[in-house]
Design a protein around this ligand. Structure first.
Ligand code: MN
Length: 200
């Protein structure tokens, strides 16, 4: 079995002006393709060859850096493209809205918590909103790690933000907080709500 680059359900310029077309094209066609190719090379002929991506992540040997970096890179970007989908129903479900209120007090408090996790992740990594034992939590991970890995912050990720410089540098340079604000303009809360329901 080998993995292939997921096709976007929208064009590279669909998230303008918040995420620019050139960044989207390079991010998807070069970076995500690179993780996909290296994941396939890492599993070829190994015990992981017939596993799906969740099995690979959850049973990961964290010392296997090629598999750790590229299985994470493959999964994380696939999730990222899905939660910024500009097409279709983008309203948050009542269930997700009330869980956000329960966990964080308000949507604005959630946004602050998530934005802080993304802004303070030193170097490269991701910020996450996860469902853990039925409740929502925010966490962040370095590099291409994610909450599903054995050392991860735990839970099922329903929203993820890539804060690697390759995700924003062309348009935002060193202004990561501006990119984080822009991300909130393109989140598809309908998709995140579906992921929330599946994770419960
Ligand atoms: Mn990336």
């Amino acid at each position: 079995m080998s993995f292939s680059l997921p096709q976007l359900e929208y064009s590279y310029d669909a998230l303008e002006p918040h995420i620019d077309a050139r960044t989207m094209e390079i991010h998807h066609s070069k970076h995500h393709q690179g993780y996909t190719n290296k994941l396939n090379a890492a599993i070829e002929g190994s015990e992981h060859d017939s596993k799906d991506i969740l099995d690979i992540l959850e049973g990961l040997d964290m010392n296997n850096m090629a598999l750790r970096n590229n299985a994470g890179g493959f999964y994380n970007h696939k999730l990222f493209w899905e939660v910024i989908n500009p097409n279709g129903e983008s309203a948050m479900s009542d269930g997700l809205a009330s869980s956000i209120n329960d966990a964080f007090g308000s949507f604005d408090n959630f946004k602050d918590t998530f934005s802080k996790a993304a802004a303070t992740r030193f170097g490269s990594g991701w910020a996450w909103l996860c469902v853990k034992e039925g409740k929502l939590e925010v966490c962040s991970t370095p590099n291409q790690d994610n909450p599903l890995m054995p050392n991860g912050c735990g839970g099922t990720p329903i929203l993820g933000l890539d804060v690697w410089e390759h995700a924003y540098y062309l348009n935002y340079q060193n202004r990561r907080p501006d990119y984080i604000n822009a991300f909130f303009e393109v989140i598809n809360w309908g998709v995140v709500s579906e992921r929330f329901n599946q994770a419960l």
